[in-house]
Design a protein around this ligand. Structure first.
Ligand code: FES
Ligand code: FES
Length: 222
């Protein structure tokens, strides 16, 4: 009986190490597999590089822009780097620890955040910090001197102007600006000046009385 090579014998031969070395077909398969492995490795490296590049691009796109500014707050000079999106009240409260300035509405409605910028009352929630570059800012912390309250602050106490007190820093700063320009305001002038400072305790009469009294006592020297 003739010994005829069949598929199984051919397969068995092809799986031997020796036949691998000799068979062009087997060599091609190894080369192919090695090549494929190399390709997979290269692809992974390219993907990793691409991912890192994308991450860098993403972070470059999402990192907020920053600007170095200089400003004077309550007589103290500050050089700070601020994010361009920060408001002045965020700079004051979160970076300079001047938390006397309050945030009520955070959208130009209540006046709780009022500070003086170059002598003018402004809503610090609606001023970008970068706009304060070079400015002279005064907050409620800058009213007292050598541990003594300003006459206006004392008048607020004497007339029970603060109730919960949340609006008080803003009221004081707006009233300070008024007394700096109108030394002895009457009640109508005070009401007009404080129209942008809301008091949720509705203690308006006492606030107006305090400002009028401070002007009458000090002649505007607040
Ligand atoms: S917090 Fe700025 S106006 Fe209300
Ligand atoms: S005292 Fe309470 S909001 Fe004015």
């Amino acid at each position: 009986m003739r010994d005829t090579p069949d598929a199984s014998s051919s397969s068995s031969k092809g799986n031997s190490p020796q036949s691998d070395q000799q068979s062009p077909t087997a060599t091609s398969r190894r080369a192919l597999l090695e090549g494929a492995g190399s390709t997979v490795g290269t692809t992974a490296a390219v993907q990793a590089l691409g991912s890192a590049t994308a991450d860098a691009a993403d972070s470059a796109m999402t990192a907020p822009a920053r600007t170095a500014i200089r400003l004077t707050v309550n007589g103290v000079s500050h050089s700070v780097e601020v994010e361009d999106r920060w408001t002045l009240v965020e700079l004051l409260r979160d970076q300079l620890d001047l938390t006397g300035t309050k945030i009520g509405c955070d959208r130009s409605e209540c006046g709780a955040c009022t500070v003086l910028m170059n002598g003018q009352p402004v809503y610090a929630c609606s001023q970008l910090a970068v706009w304060a570059d070079g400015a002279d800012v005064q907050t409620v912390e800058g009213l007292a001197h050598n541990g003594r309250l300003s006459p206006l602050q004392q008048a607020f106490i004497d007339h029970n102007a603060p109730q919960c007190g949340f609006c008080t820093p803003g009221q004081l700063m707006t009233a300070t600006a008024l007394l700096n320009t109108v030394p002895r305001p009457d009640a109508a002038q005070v009401q007009q000046a404080l129209v942008g400072n809301l008091c949720r305790c509705s203690n308006y009469n006492a606030i107006v009385e305090a400002v009028v009294a401070a002007g009458a006592q000090q002649g505007g020297a607040v």
